[in-house]
Design a protein around this ligand. Structure first.
Ligand code: ADP
Ligand code: MG
Ligand code: ZN
Length: 617
């Protein structure tokens, strides 16, 4: 954003200064420049000089007489006019030339120019300059030039980013590679009669590399690359955005073949009918209309390909998506395990590491992380290494930074009281034990009761063995049970509850509700969905689309599902009281335990329980 400075002085102030300066110039400086030195003498001494014969030239005017001395025409003398009929004779007698002028009166035209035209011209110019300055400081363009735009369009054909810098996303790279290939040798395509799609839309959650991919296209294509962000079209005046679009496409047309990239297109491409005050969307609507008509007016064979990116495809105007416009959609999804490993590898190249790094285990813990998150994880790890005065990044740096990115940094300054620490230990072991007691539940990877900056007082990290994309109803229920496990342990052991479970409660409720409204996992409703389409990539749920009665029934059912799983979690924990106590004690002492430690203790205790009663003693 440009910094907006408020003008220090009002415009009038500058006008006043210019005015005063001009007046001073007019009154003193110009006359001095135009006139020679003038000395006033008496009429008597004038006559004396004439008689002496020392006068050179004489100029008689109606109100004064000017004369010079012989041999010095720089010094001009002035004297008043006296009614003296004998003067001409006298001058003639002395042989003085009184016909040629000494001081040429400035011509009337010159006079007019100096006293009127130049000041006014200066005045107007100063005003123009100042107002333009002012407008620029306010972030707009000169009001005199409405219709023209100062579209900041940068051609960056050398971004230096190649497809190799984008890890994973092979499908997207393939689709974009075709476009690049077309721009390199269009003949191959036009020969068969194939026409390139005019536009391709990169859609996906934030941080998955959409902008990066577009830059890589520029790097690969070797053709001019016009890049502009949707928000740059939003202007102060109605019509300016449309003018920018026009400008952009005009420039692109001149540079074809080329690529035009519009990032965050949802800022201008929102559905046109979407509410708001009447007239309030004029600017955006005009901009969008202009974009649509420019896209139509374009001949794809000329070789202008339009790329756009968005993480909110559902708000885009349908007109943008119809064939002939952004008819190719390129999904850029969150990376899977192999994708995450590849992305980590790309970013790891930039930093110094020890040799024995196991990226796969890092990638496994970072389930659900986007490319941007992973880049951030690597950077956090490097920062941690520096903080601890090491020269290279270790495996534990990476693992700690995954947690930092997922759960926030460790907050060493927050000191829990012993009692609180004890409660948190039981809470976390409660989660872990419920998870471990169920089949189809992700194994426990790590349990810690070191507070995090995100506000969590402790957490249990579960990591899936293999990635899977379908979740069964049983798994959903297990997950809810696991979430209630923390609170259950508190209830059983301390007989009271704390606020520590608020996040668990939120998640459990969300899952239970989704089972009913989105996944059709209840007998009562079956395969009926009640949720309107929300923002898929930004995680926002849509509104509910059902009657009030259904809505309250859904609430009841949500409560029932969570209750049932909560009850189950309590039952599991009651059965494992002794192992709950010993694990919680262990965690309390060590503050962080790994999944293996957890399993070892669990197996040892369970083996003891299995022993016949007489051997136990
Ligand atoms: P988006 O535009 O989809 O929100 P960006 O392209 O701006 O995301 O990505 C942000 C950063 O995340 C990139 O600069 C890059 O460092 C990293 N990143 C994201 N995806 C990838 C990927 N597939 N490979 C390598 N780095 C990635
Ligand atoms: Mg982006
Ligand atoms: Zn919890």
């Amino acid at each position: 954003m440009k910094e907006v400075k408020s003008p220090r002085k009002p415009l009038l102030f500058y006008y006043a200064i210019v005015m005063v300066v001009l007046m001073l110039l007019n009154a003193f400086v110009f006359p001095m420049l135009l006139r020679p030195r003038m000395t006033e003498v008496s009429y008597k001494s004038f006559l004396d000089k004439v008689d002496e014969g020392s006068v050179g030239l004489v100029q008689i005017e109606s109100s004064r007489i000017l004369f010079t001395e012989k041999g010095d025409d720089k010094q001009v003398y002035e004297t008043g006019v006296v009614d003296d009929p004998g003067l001409v004779d006298r001058l003639n007698k002395a042989g003085v030339d009184f016909t040629s002028p000494i001081v040429r009166e400035a011509s009337p035209l010159m006079n007019f120019l100096i006293s009127w035209v130049i000041p006014i011209a200066l005045f107007v110019a100063a005003g123009q300059y100042l107002s333009r300055n002012l407008m620029q400081r306010m972030g707009g363009t000169n009001a005199m030039q409405l219709g023209k735009s100062n579209a900041k369009i940068y051609i960056e054909s050398k971004t230096g980013i190649k497809f190799d810098d984008v890890a994973g996303q092979d499908e997207a790279k393939e689709a974009l590679g075709e476009i690049v290939d077309f721009l390199h040798n269009p003949g191959k395509y036009t020969e068969i009669g194939a026409v390139m799609p005019k536009g391709a839309l990169l859609v996906g959650p934030p941080g998955t590399g959409k902008t990066l991919l577009a830059k890589a296209v520029a790097g690969e294509a070797n053709v001019p690359f016009f890049s502009i962000s949707g928000s740059e079209f939003v202007e102060m005046f109605v019509g300016m955005g449309a003018a920018k679009v026009r400008d952009l496409f005009k420039q692109a047309g001149e540079k074809a073949p080329c690529i035009v990239f519009i990032d965050e297109i949802d800022t201008i491409g929102k559905r046109r009918d979407s509410g708001g005050l009447p007239g309030s969307n004029d600017e955006r609507e005009q901009t969008l209309n202009q974009l649509l008509s420019e896209m139509d007016g374009f001949d794809a064979r000329k070789g202008v390909v339009i790329l756009a990116a968005t993480n909110r495809p559902e708000v885009l105007d349908p007109a943008l998506l119809r064939p002939g416009r952004f008819d190719r959609r390129i999904p850029v999804e969150l990376p899977d395990l192999t994708g995450r490993v590849a992305i980590l590898k790309v970013h790891l190249k930039k930093i110094k590491t020890e040799t024995n790094i196991n990226l796969e285990s890092v990638a496994r813990t970072a389930a659900g992380a986007s490319g941007a998150d992973l880049a951030n994880i690597i950077n956090e790890a490097a920062l941690r290494a520096v903080r601890e005065g090491r020269r290279s990044v270790t495996q534990s740096d990476l693992e700690e930074s995954v947690e930092t990115v997922i759960a926030g940094a460790q907050q060493k300054s927050r000191v829990l009281s012993d009692r609180e620490k004890n409660i948190v230990a039981y809470h976390e072991i409660g989660h872990a034990l419920v998870a471990a007691s169920q089949t189809h539940s992700a194994p426990v990877h790590k349990i810690t009761i070191i507070p995090r900056t995100s506000g969590a007082l402790g957490y249990t990290l579960q990591v899936e063995q293999d990635e899977h994309f379908l979740v069964t109803k049983e798994e959903m229920e297990n997950k809810i049970a696991t979430l209630t496990g923390g609170r259950s342990a508190e209830e059983i052991v301390f007989g009271s509850v704390t606020t520590g479970a608020s996040n668990d409660i939120e998640q459990a409720t969300k899952l239970a509700r989704a089972m009913i409204t989105r996944f059709g996992m209840t007998e009562e409703f079956g395969m009926v969905g009640f949720e309107q389409e929300g923002s898929r990539y930004l995680g926002g749920g849509g509104g509910m689309a059902c009657s009030d009665e259904t809505s309250s029934r859904i609430d009841e059912m949500t409560v029932a599902i969570v209750h049932k799983q909560h009850e189950r979690a309590r039952a599991i924990l009651r059965e494992k009281m002794s192992v709950l106590h010993s694990l919680a004690k262990h965690l309390y002492e060590k503050e962080t335990i790994t999944g293996e430690e957890f399993m070892q203790i669990l197996e040892k205790e369970e083996a003891m329980c299995m022993l016949p009663a007489e051997d136990k003693a």
